[in-house]
Design a protein around this ligand. Structure first.
Ligand SMILES: Nc1ncnc2c1ncn2[C@@H]1O[C@H](COP(=O)(O)OP(=O)(O)OP(=O)(O)O)[C@@H](O)[C@H]1O
Length: 251
């Protein structure tokens, strides 16, 4: 589904991502991990299109996307949940999910601005899509409540619902577990597992090794911008290069 081939990006002459190759297969949960400064965020942004690669190629569903703007990649079926994305205050949970969907319906912006009947039909369609997504992430009972009252774990679920509304083929999660503890992390892990069971392909970038070990089919480890390991969790966890990279950091 996603093929990253020999991609590099530097800042001020120093490589943040260097000659990185990775593949994500249809239906797989793939995690990219690595110590601080390993290049995870840079790689994530290269895949979403928020940063341009200096070298290499990125293909999605068999099509080169590395020259496409983020919104064009999104239209092809990539959906992103950014790290620590916030909710819109003064809006309900449902309205938070509906934001951003208005441009995606057939009638579009002009019909919305003029409040044409087509627009009202769209509003109903959008609300129905938002409700289905909220149901999927277990927030149906919260739909009419103010979004900023949600505990942080459920705010994360809200971001997921928003991403799901676009009906993505590939879900990209940037450090989804950051700031979550105990039961909240557990619930998020279960949710990711459920989405995988639904057939969604997921690429996540995560600092927390324990969180991804349980979830991922495959783990790609970055260190100093390069891939140092790529394989199933059990194999990667015992890889001497990986242990050295993480130990080196704590030392
Ligand atoms: N916009 C930028 N300008 C200059 N240097 C950058 C920029 N973005 C990243 N870097 C550098 O690139 C390297 C990789 O950073 P990156 O944020 O991708 O790592 P990371 O693995 O996501 O780290 P963390 O776990 O701390 O978020 C670091 O040395 C960082 O300082």
């Amino acid at each position: 589904m996603l093929a990253v081939q020999g991609v590099s990006r530097s800042f001020g002459g120093v490589y943040a991502v260097r000659d990185v190759t990775l593949d994500v297969a249809d239906g797989e949960v793939c995690a990219v991990i690595g110590p601080n400064g390993a290049g995870k965020s840079t790689l994530f942004n290269l895949i979403t299109g928020h940063l341009a690669a200096e070298r290499g190629a990125i293909s999605f569903l068999g099509r080169r996307v590395d020259r496409l703007a983020p919104h064009r990649r999104a239209r092809l079926g990539m959906s992103i949940v950014f790290q620590a994305a916030r909710v819109f205050r003064g809006m309900t949970v449902r309205e938070n999910v509906m934001v951003g969907l208005h441009g995606s319906t057939s009638a579009g912006f002009v019909a919305a601005a003029l409040r044409l009947p087509r627009h009202r039909r769209d509003e109903r369609e959008i609300a129905a899509r938002a409700d289905a997504a909220l149901e999927r992430v277990g927030l149906a009972d919260w739909a009419d409540r103010p979004a900023d009252r949600l505990p942080i774990g459920q705010q994360r679920a809200l971001q997921l619902a928003r991403a799901l509304c676009a009906r993505p083929r590939l879900l990209l999660l940037d450090e989804p577990a950051s700031g979550l503890r105990g039961q909240e992390r557990e619930r998020l892990a279960e949710l990711v597992e459920e989405l995988r069971a639904d057939g969604l392909t997921i690429l996540l970038v995560e600092h927390d090794v324990a969180f991804v070990t349980r979830l991922a089919d495959r783990i790609v480890v970055l260190d100093l911008g390069r891939v140092i390991a790529d394989g199933p969790p059990a194999e990667v966890r015992n890889d001497p290069l990986v242990l050295a990279a993480y130990l080196g950091q704590s030392a």
